[in-house]
Design a protein around this ligand. Sequence first.
Ligand SMILES: [Cu+2]
Length: 160
Amino acid sequence: MDAEKFEKVFLTLSGIMLAIFLVALGYAAIGFGIGLPSRSGELDPSKVDSTSPFDDPGVHQVGPNHYEAVLIGQTWSFLPPRLEVPAGAKITFKATSRDVIHGLHIEGTRVNLMLIPGQVSKITYRFPEPGEHLYICHEYCGQGHHAMFGKVIVTEGKKG
Ligand SMILES: [Cu+2]
């Protein structure tokens, strides 16, 4: 085969691979519902304390076995620094930042959000077992960044 034929084969194979990857990506996103944590609203970062739901940070029951966990990231702490949720329940985390960009990662889970001033970040998660999980800021936010953490206490959920 001459060089021109090789080039055609190479280009055709590249095109086929690209098509396979695009189909796989679409299938993962639509078929399995895999996506990035969503942005679920906007707010004025200077009015976080008076904007619902951030005027009342913490865990609130919003339905049968469904809770909302409201968190504010700020230099250099989380408000609240401790969350208590029952195992097995659906927990919808809603979080924002009042100042600079922070992160929220809950150890041992897939909960991983960016906390961006002016934006509400949302993710839903169920803790399968009772236990304790540290949550940390994973986005460098200044000299107190390393001290920015909190703890989720997962209590025994309802039986049955
Ligand atoms: Cu940080």
